[in-house]
Design a protein around this ligand. Structure first.
Ligand code: PMP
Length: 423
């Protein structure tokens, strides 16, 4: 179908300005003119339900965040070497959500910056360079974090100081996923050490989002953490995806597993769209690092970022978003499970809270079916629902809406899935 004139014109302007880096969703990309809660409004007068967005995590244009950012922008905003109240209020409120001994924070502007700093912290502390990540991990876009993001490579592969292991699923590890995953990490670390690359640690997205969403059973990460530490390594938990209450029962994905990482990295949902990130760790790791390098982040934790971050924490608590994520996420799982008999393409449904992975499989043999997933994503868009896919093949629908998603909106998604998949 031909693109609407306004969309075609914007696509052309994008190509002209951004060249090969102009990445868009859908062949006919959306021309957005507004958003509210879990809804996105487009120039052609349509309203879409946004299930593909954990940036505006407390809801698009949440009034508290909008007001806080606008107010602080009108008072003052500076680089981060002055004293001002907001950053301390925010640091203390944020750190209160972390277990001991994670009592220090460094603010950044993106998830990539957070992971970049985290790598420097654990490499400095261990003296090792070797990092283990999962097969289809994504951890960001700097030179260093691209190396630990196998999913970014279109040609070639990560360097020798980065090793990959399959994500935690019985398909790869049998019934005891935790044990198998830990053994794979140990083997990868030892293989590097044998080649003269000392082990620094594990970098892990605690909901395994780009690998295809792996959440169960809670606790499976514990053996992996033990294995890393037995080899003298440290663990970075990347909370860019699961963090800030999305998993429905805990503020952080790692907490579902009853583990305490050495370093925690944050991004996306932290400022509900205001670009901000952070690294939480033990004081001694930061001290060791600061003795070797200066670290200054011009924008990280500036007054406006702090105001945004505080408003997000308030919204999560005041709007009951963790409980909403749990209840609405469980409702979606229940609806999809109930529909499975009528929808042969519906494979495994995994995840926690409002972070779900829905496998789309071939009706005949249950094999992963990326083409069907892609067709489904386009059909859902026609029905006014925006959703994306993950996993090495792209056959796992990623359900990741703002945490304010209502039961009615969840039902609209489940109804649409049933309509399309039972046809
Ligand atoms: N870690 C994970 C798990 C991510 O999903 C992303 C972004 N998709 C990043 C890090 C990088 O964050 P940013 O794009 O803010 O640099």
């Amino acid at each position: 179908a031909a693109l609407a004139d306004d969309v075609a014109a914007l696509v052309a302007r994008r190509r002209k300005s951004f060249g090969a880096t102009s990445v868009l969703f859908y062949e006919a990309p959306l021309h957005i003119v507004g958003a509210k809660g879990a809804d996105i409004f487009t120039a052609d007068g349509r309203t879409y339900l946004d299930l593909y967005n954990n940036v505006p995590s407390v809801g698009h244009c949440h009034p508290k965040v909008v007001e806080a950012v606008a107010r602080q922008m009108g008072r003052y905003n500076t680089h981060t070497r002055y004293l001002f109240d907001e950053v301390h209020d925010y640091a203390e409120r944020l750190l209160a959500h972390f277990p001991a001994p994670l009592t220090n924070v460094a603010f950044t502007c993106t998830g990539s910056e957070s992971n970049d700093l985290a790598l420097r912290l654990i490499r400095g502390a261990t003296g090792g360079m070797g990092i283990v990540v999962t097969d289809t991990a994504y951890h960001g876009n700097t030179t260093a974090v691209t190396e630990v993001s196998p999913s970014s490579y279109k040609t070639g592969a990560p360097p020798a100081h980065v090793r990959t292991v399959p994500p935690p699923h019985p398909r790869h590890y049998g019934a005891d996923v935790g044990k198998g995953f830990a053994a794979a990490i140990t083997a990868a670390a030892k293989a590097m050490a044998d080649e003269g690359i000392p082990f620094a640690g594990l970098l892990v997205d605690t909901i395994f989002s780009s690998d295809g969403v792996y959440a169960d059973p809670p606790g499976f990460l514990s053996a992996a953490f033990d294995a890393v530490r037995a080899l003298g390594g440290l663990v970075i938990a990347d909370e860019v995806q699961p963090g800030f209450a999305r998993t429905g029962t805990h503020m952080w994905g790692f907490a579902r597993h009853g583990v305490v990482p050495d370093v925690v990295t944050m991004g996306k949902p932290m400022g509900n769209g205001f670009p901000m990130g952070g690294v939480v760790t033990r004081p001694e790791l930061l001290t060791r690092f600061a003795n070797e390098f200066g670290y200054f982040n011009t924008f990280g934790g500036n007054p406006v970022a702090s105001a945004a971050g505080l408003a997000v924490l308030d919204a999560i608590a005041e709007d009951g978003l963790m409980e909403n994520a749990r209840a609405v996420g469980a409702h979606i799982v229940g609806r999809l499970d109930a529909a499975r008999g009528r929808c042969a393409a519906l494979g495994e449904v995994r995840g926690a809270g409002l972070y779900l992975g829905v496998e789309i499989v071939a009706r005949e043999d249950g094999a992963p079916d990326p083409a069907a997933a892609s067709a489904l994503i386009n059909r859902l868009r026609d029905k006014g629902i925006l959703i994306g896919a993950a996993g090495p093949l792209g056959h796992v629908l990623k359900v990741r809406p703002p945490l304010c998603l209502t039961l009615e909106q969840a039902d609209r998604f489940a109804d649409a899935m049933e309509d399309i998949l039972s046809a």
